[in-house]
Design a protein around this ligand. Structure first.
Ligand SMILES: [Fe+2]
Ligand SMILES: [Fe+2]
Length: 496
């Protein structure tokens, strides 16, 4: 049966059984892990002669169109445009890809850094110290940090590199502001350094991080519309909070709340869910013990059943988390078309990768809001490593960490902070364009604040308090929705 086709092998067997030949090059370019074989078989079900590469190409083109249609369908009051969804680089990874990946990261971040005005005599590392007489003039370099060490006396020594060479940088213990910044630096991030030098070392006067422009204001929509931010539903878990979620849905339908709350519900255009849509299967040891629904497809089916009670005019933007298949490594692909078919089939869902960027609420006279959605697999690392973030409240005040990452313009500057697949084309974790909203989940506690022109948001969760969260020092506050008035940019956390 077509519905049983899950792999290339099944596909070949199915048509072989029907006596239909598949030409040798026909399936080129569709990788083994892709889940399109069932759909492809359905597309080719009427074929009575050999399957050719042309047939497959036709299917792929149509499939791509469908993906785009899914987003542009229903061009109504609440438009959503996908600005960036990650597309896998279809090739085997080699050491060269890592080099290319870091080169691209360096290029992207140094481009952002160059917009800063603090650089003096910006130069490349190999040119430093070429003219001995000129040492201790002020120079600037942009480098990627590959070693950070602290001396017994409290100096910091960084080793940084650009594509021309490496050099040491001293942050003197006499410079309080430099040491403060030094403590927040992580390996692999790209920074600017200004200071005097001799041929082996730069004595830093200033460390420059990319940051976001100061003078941009919060963008405001021309009409009263609301966006709702959720995350970490964990549907399928025994702890999923049906009762509270039912209340949330009731409120969306105008059946719950005071007059003001009902008015807000009437004007909601968008719901953005930042990952961990389902609890998943086999994610953690002994996970079956916490599962109410043991089958992954059934978990998504349940989720679709709940979402189908949300008014159809509301766009539901879904991004994956570490509990959603098929993979943990970032960038995480869109929700599986195989398991999450019920969600894909809904007319008002939009699928994002993690990270991914959508633009919402644009109109003829309004550019809309860019929403960067990232589940947040890297977040715990920074809370653990950077004292200031921990002291500011750690996972309970994750918006402080979001500001930190936004200032670094990278979702996971230290390479060990998340599992990622190096892409030789570009670094998908660089925050190239300043988003209007930077949205995460993963820590199970709602947080929201503004930093310059960006609203930082972390969704809450809908699966009660898990041991996992407690182990990470988090104090989850489930069943919250973050409501943003797009006209005023006022933030509100509603408890259900
Ligand atoms: Fe979660
Ligand atoms: Fe998560």
């Amino acid at each position: 049966m077509i519905s049983e086709i899950k792999s290339k092998k099944d596909f070949i067997q199915y048509f072989f059984g029907k006596g239909i030949l598949i030409e040798p090059d026909a399936l080129q370019g569709i990788d083994e892990t892709s889940i399109v074989f069932e759909d492809l078989a359905f597309f080719l079900r009427e074929k009575s002669n050999a399957i050719k590469q042309e047939d497959v190409k036709q299917f792929l083109a149509q499939n791509q169109e469908k993906d785009q249609l899914q987003v542009s369908a229903d061009p109504d009051k609440y438009p959503v445009k996908i600005i960036h969804n990650y597309v896998d680089e279809k090739k085997k990874r080699t050491a060269k890809d890592f080099v290319a990946y870091y080169n691209n990261r360096y290029k992207a971040l140094s481009k952002i850094l160059r917009l800063r005005s603090e650089f003096i005599n910006l130069t490349s590392i190999n040119k430093i110290g070429q003219d001995a007489n000129r040492s201790f003039d002020q120079i600037s370099v942009i480098g990627m940090i590959y070693v950070i060490s602290e001396t017994k006396k409290g100096h910091f020594i960084l080793e940084v590199e650009d594509n021309t060479g490496k050099i040491k940088v001293l942050l003197s213990n006499k410079r309080e502001e430099l040491i403060k910044l030094g403590k927040e630096l992580v390996v692999d991030e790209v920074i600017g350094i200004t200071g005097g030098y001799n041929k082996d070392i730069i004595f830093a006067n200033k460390i420059i991080i990319p940051d976001v422009p100061m003078n941009k204001e919060l963008k405001k929509a021309p009409d009263e519309t609301y966006a709702v931010f959720l995350s970490d539903l964990h549907v399928g878990s025994k702890k999923f909070m049906y009762e509270q979620f039912a209340k949330f849905i009731k409120w969306l339908n105008g059946e719950l709340g005071n007059e003001n709350q009902r008015n807000i519900a009437k004007n909601i255009g968008y719901i953005i869910v930042a990952g961990d849509i389902v609890e998943g299967v086999g994610i953690q040891p002994r996970q079956e013990e916490v599962l109410e629904i043991k089958d992954i497809t059934e978990q998504y089916n349940k989720c679709a059943e709940l979402f189908s009670q949300i008014p159809k005019h509301i766009k539901i933007i879904l991004s994956p988390g570490n509990h959603d298949p098929p993979r943990l490594a970032e960038p995480q692909p869109v929700l599986s078309k195989e398991y999450a078919k019920a969600l894909w089939r809904m007319s008002n869902t939009v699928m994002l990768t993690s990270p991914g960027i959508v633009n919402i609420h644009s109109s003829e006279n309004f550019p809309g809001f860019d929403v960067l959605v990232y589940h947040g697999n890297s977040l715990f690392y920074y809370v653990d490593k950077v004292v200031r973030l921990r002291e500011a409240g750690g996972v309970d005040k994750i918006d402080v960490t979001l500001r930190y990452l936004l200032q670094k313009r990278h979702l996971a500057p230290a390479h060990t902070s998340t599992l990622f697949i190096p892409d030789s084309r570009y670094d998908p974790l660089v925050i190239e364009k300043v988003p209007d909203f930077f949205v995460v989940g993963h820590v199970h506690k709602a947080a929201a604040s503004n930093y310059r022109s960006t609203t930082l948001i972390c969704g809450s969760c809908w699966d009660g308090v898990s041991e996992y969260a407690l182990k990470h020092g988090s104090h989850p506050e489930p069943a919250r929705a973050i409501i943003v008035n797009l006209q005023t940019r006022q933030l509100n956390i509603m408890k259900f």
